[in-house]
Design a protein around this ligand. Structure first.
Ligand code: ADP
Length: 215
């Protein structure tokens, strides 16, 4: 992907600033036959995305930055800890039935299985749970540990990791969510304590907030 999607009007503004910049908002408005107020959202998006710079009493100018670099640097700047969701967890002694109920009540697609101290033991997805209902077994008697993906095969992230790196993990490993963990020592053993849930929705929300200027 080489370009971020600009509306025709935003492209026109960018071209005007490239040709005439530095140029004030009012001068741009005159050239496109619109009011300054009508242009404000477009100018906000263009400056927010880093394509245009703005200086008081000077006006707008092109920064010359590559849009792809800007996306990478924006996603690289945010940390998982700033945007993750709360983790939805069940204990390892819980049944498949309990995990399904938790998934519905909490309205999530992935439930983490933890031992004492919120230590990560496993992950169950919607399809793991659907599959477990297919054999006609009694899911109230079936431990969730039988159907979960277990440690050490779980792909995790941490609050300090960049959103870009965590997003790459979701894509590479084709999963919907990552447990956000802190490394802790339990009885001399290295364990991963679950502190959050990082999902595709977190990334989508970040994108929308960046564009809507509400970062
Ligand atoms: P679904 O299976 O509902 O489409 P996912 O794509 O997230 O949901 O899960 C696919 C498989 O990967 C499931 O078996 C699930 O247990 C496992 N899984 C989910 N998240 C992770 C993760 N972070 N690390 C390792 N395995 C995972």
């Amino acid at each position: 992907m080489n370009h971020i999607e600009l509306t025709p009007r935003q492209s026109t503004i960018l071209d005007i600033v490239k040709t005439y910049g530095p140029i004030t908002g009012n001068q741009i408005a005159e050239k496109v036959n619109l009011s300054r107020a009508a242009l404000r959202p477009d100018l906000a998006i263009l400056t927010r995305s880093g394509l245009l710079g703005a200086r008081p009493r000077v006006g707008y100018y092109v920064t010359g930055k590559n849009p792809t670099d800007l996306i990478a640097s924006t996603l690289g700047r945010f940390r998982v800890g700033e945007i993750h969701s709360i983790p939805i967890v069940v204990r390892e002694n819980c049944s498949v039935y309990d995990a399904i109920v938790t998934m519905f009540i909490e309205d999530v697609g992935t439930v983490f299985i933890v031992s004492e101290g919120s230590c990560l033991e496993g992950v169950v997805s919607r399809k793991d749970l659907l599959k477990s209902t297919m054999g006609g077994k009694n899911i109230s008697d079936m431990p969730v540990t039988v159907v979960m993906t277990r440690m050490p095969n779980i792909i995790v992230t941490s609050p300090q990791e960049s959103v870009l790196r965590a997003a790459q993990k979701l894509i590479t490993h084709q999963v919907d969510s990552l447990p956000v963990v802190d490394a802790v020592q339990v009885n001399g053993k290295e364990k991963l304590q679950v502190v959050g849930r990082f999902t595709k929705t977190n990334i989508t929300r970040l994108f929308v907030q960046l564009v809507e200027n509400k970062e």
